[in-house]
Design a protein around this ligand. Sequence first.
Ligand code: HSE
Length: 310
Amino acid sequence: MSDEWIKIAAPATSANIGAGFDTFGIALESPCEIIEGRKIESGFRIVEVKGPGADMVPLDPDKNSVTIAAREYLKLVGEDFGIEVKITKAIRPCSGMGSSGASAGGGAYLAHVLAGEKGPIENVIIAAAKAEGWTSGGFHADNVAPCILGGFTIIRSNEPLDVMAVRPPENLGIVAALPDILVPTKQARAVLPEKVALKDMVFHIGHSSSLVYGMMSGDIALIGRSIADAVIEPARQKLVPHIAEAEKAAMDNGAVSSCIGGSGPCILSFFDKTKTDGKAIADAVVKVYSDNGMKCDTWITSCGSGCRRI
Ligand code: HSE
């Protein structure tokens, strides 16, 4: 058995993107989590975790997204070797930037590479989504699908998994802003309504359909108009302090739209790279938080590739 360490880059992602709750997701070009691993005879071992939020990451392989996803993948493809891993976090947990999704996606992809990359990539997504379900309280592939496939992803169905990736326009820029608060996904799902009004359903069908059209036709203004949410974000706003001011500041400084990223507290703002470089958007959102005595990190990025060996 080869004991060569291999290294996987697993991107941050953001799920939902306006009206696409549990359905849409986007891979960010940066930041990326780095997962290193090598085959061992049996079992799973985590030998190192470093980077932002490392102290929040369980070292028990039965509770860690990387090793749960890797184990699920090996079970799915009928392999019985073990894996030893080192994790370099890029995104702290409870961010809305797919921290657990990057761990789960990267862990399943690592196992896929160590197993010889046999079988369809959907197996990697299924294994990673099972690990996500364990950590976040419900099987949803809207972070792990873009993490693995890259681009903007659409989940038509979770079971059986039917997912597709679309490449957004090259000039679509993204500012991810992360205020210094923790929002666990389980908590953010607990505040959601059980029922949705018919008019809100109609709103979501219209906006999600036009967002896909905007992504595929490269129409940034339409992408901007399409990112809106009548159900999920209104219920979650109370979990993200100053969200309305932050989104307004982003819009006043060149964003075409701004929304809660995933289950928050990330604030995701989209812009046209031919019109702005995104810095004014990032600075304006940071100012909202610094004026309120809070730290806020930002990444000025774009849509990126999925998991890859580096
Ligand atoms: N779709 C999930 C949610 C994503 O919003 O709860 C969690 O990152």
